[in-house]
Write a protein that binds this ligand. Structure first.
Ligand code: UDP
Ligand code: MG
Length: 333
């Protein structure tokens, strides 16, 4: 299916979810541009702003926007819980046939939304917006982002498209599965990749932040990267096993050498051979045991995340009649 393929779905009601944290400088422009996009949508739409504990004028501006236009809705957190929590809360509120996630700083231009909807109408359940370029970002940010996306892709066994942030459209089916995943350390884009269904990417030029400053400091970026690696891979836990075996094999070679030098050539300090051998032996055992524990911890981790064992895309046959319809002709909730 391409952008020019046949239309298989009718025009959806679109929910746009925007996490907002201290964005007073961009809000006015954002609201204007979002409202004109909402006007453009044939079947209508709504915006859910999730105020993630902002301490500036953001809250007042958001409530004002809601008073001016009831399609703009506001959910306010008691404090800063972070972008993933804000997105999750927005997904819980959104009622649309499709949900679009978007940053508040206009780095994710709302004008692309109709294009995403066009892909949805041609049968795609997830439309990722992929950055073709990153204007106005430092070399350091570009480099760290480049490494981050490649590492992440490796950790999630290649399911995740690179250079994709949270800007994407998701169908109701995908949103419902996503909402059922309640793990604590959540990387939304990783979870979306995990969900499956038919996904595609749409590339766009990423403009620089319209105003204000980035909410992701170096520390937060590192934490995000760490979260991403650890919540999608148990590979670090298995490191001890690999190291243990590698050390053991190399150690055996060296032990042979120690025996030759100590007992056959009878060179070296008395006691050296036995010390070397004992050291190699016990280090190997300790590392392998650590790895073994890591395996179990990894399994406990997988269980605790409590993800469903599988996700059904379509069902025909024994199902109750309400579920027999194709997703596209189901009525809006
Ligand atoms: N954000 C949030 N809570 C936070 C940090 C960020 O809701 O704790 C929002 C922020 O307001 C913006 C989006 O997440 O809408 C992305 O943040 P930012 O643009 O600062 O990230 P960058 O583009 O620099 O990676
Ligand atoms: Mg940004």
């Amino acid at each position: 299916v391409s952008e020019a393929g046949p239309l298989v779905r009718s025009d959806p009601f679109v929910s746009i979810v925007v996490p907002v944290f201290d964005e007073q400088e961009v809000l006015r422009t954002l609201v204007t541009r979002l409202r004109s996009i909402l006007d453009e949508l044939t079947a209508g739409g709504e915006v859910w702003f999730v105020n993630d504990g902002s301490t500036d004028e953001t809250s007042d501006l958001l409530w004002q926007a809601h008073r001016d236009d009831a399609r703009l809705k506001v959910l306010e957190f008691s404090r800063n819980f972070g972008q993933p929590a804000a997105i999750t809360a927005g997904l819980d509120q959104a009622r649309g046939d499709v949900v679009v996630l978007m940053d508040a700083d206009l780095q994710d231009p709302p004008e692309i939304v109709p294009q995403m909807v066009a892909f949805y109408r041609r049968g795609f359940d997830v439309v990722h917006a992929q950055r073709r370029s990153r204007a106005g970002e430092s070399i350091f940010k570009k480099m760290s982002a480049w490494i981050f996306y490649r590492l992440l892709r490796a950790a999630t066994s290649g399911d995740l498209p690179v250079d994709v942030g949270e800007f994407r459209l998701m169908s109701r089916e995908v949103v419902e599965v996503l909402r059922s995943l309640r793990e604590r350390h959540r990387l939304i884009r990783g979870l979306v990749a995990w969900v499956g269904f038919s996904q595609t990417t749409l590339s766009f030029e990423r403009p620089k932040r319209a105003a204000g400053t980035t909410k992701y400091s170096l520390g937060r970026m590192v934490r995000l990267g760490f979260d991403a690696m650890t919540s999608f891979s148990v590979l670090p836990l298995k490191l001890a096993t690999f190291l243990g075996f590698a050390a053991f094999v190399m150690g055996c070679g060296y032990a042979g050498y120690a025996i030759y030098v100590g007992y056959i050539l009878k060179l070296g300090v008395p006691g050296w051979t036995s010390l070397v051998i004992l050291n190699i032996f016990f280090s190997g055992i300790v590392l392998v045991c650590l790895g073994l524990i890591g395996e179990y911890v990894g399994r406990i981790f997988e269980e605790v995340k409590g993800r469903p064992l599988y996700v059904v895309r379509r069902r025909r046959g024994e199902a109750p009649s309400g579920d027999e319809q194709a997703p596209s002709d189901r009525a809006r909730p």
